[in-house]
Design a protein around this ligand. Sequence first.
Ligand code: ADP
Ligand code: MG
Length: 344
Amino acid sequence: MKVQQKTQSESTSGRPGGGELALIQHIRSRAGVVHRPSVRLGIGDDCAILRSRPGEEIVVTTDLSLEGRHFRRDWHPAASIGHRALARGLSDIAAMGARPLAAFLSLALPAAVAQDRRWVDGFLDGLLGLAKRHGVPLAGGDTSEAPGDAVIADIVLLGAAPAGRALRRSGARPGDVLYCTGSLGGASAELGRLSANPGHFKAAKTGPHLFPEPRLAAGQALLRRGLATACIDMSDGLSTDLAHLCESSGVAAEVDVSAVPLHPLAGTLEPAARLLAALHGGEDYELLFAARSSTKMPRKLGGVPITCIGRIVPAKGVPQVSLIDAEGRRTALEPNGWEHFRGA
Ligand code: ADP
Ligand code: MG
């Protein structure tokens, strides 16, 4: 709802490059003309018009990125903020094994940020660079002046999957094997290292925290080849996301401590901190999935290494998630990743 007069949101339009309409036009020209079968009509009308293929279902996800909660403008390069906003949504699409159809971006910018084309262009460089690499058109959004001093970016992603076949959290059964893509703990190790020296944030051009890679090709391969019984992306941390998968599937899980693949950056932490980063750090955006024990799992999917990290067991009489050490001893792994409102 626009409580203020329309003229209010456009009151900056006299300044060079300012104004909502000019900003939308700028985003539109940066996004470019879309020549994708999935988008019949992109930015510029009241709605976008999308097309899926016969026999497909649509998957939808939305992700909020809030300044002060998900990023700090004084720390994170604008390109990282744009990249991460889209990566979070694409990772959800990956977890369903879907192919992305189109992205929508709702942006609330403080007036001074909207005027700062360097920031806006940095943000769009990050977002559109990732979108381009995965062939995801930016097909619409909404733009508003933020009432306060914080940037808000909300991303909506639509994807498509063969009807009835999208990967879910709920299909794991006792006897299944547990796998993950890539390695864990890198994002939290990188964030720890950068925040000890915030001056280093702006110079960084890569890294698992600043520029995470959503595992779209791996997720799509899991679906296409019928390899997984259940799947989730690890946004909050292995301990928390595995608990979600177990909850949805009505099962428990055992993780072999020595099998958890550590990201090289996590490997540089104090020994005691390494496993904590991998189990609870979050924001690695790797996929966690289960498969029948009879399924022959490739060593790589979509170019990413796959590691067996444990197994699914019946829910009765054991913790929902257990860690098993090298001697076979069991300890309960409490979900300890990120959760909003938990401190309240
Ligand atoms: P309306 O008022 O009808 O919602 P807008 O003026 O908000 O239209 O938007 C005009 C067009 O620009 C629409 O196609 C919308 O999807 C697109 N658009 C607006 N903001 C953004 C944005 N931040 N990113 C991408 N597209 C946008
Ligand atoms: Mg609008």
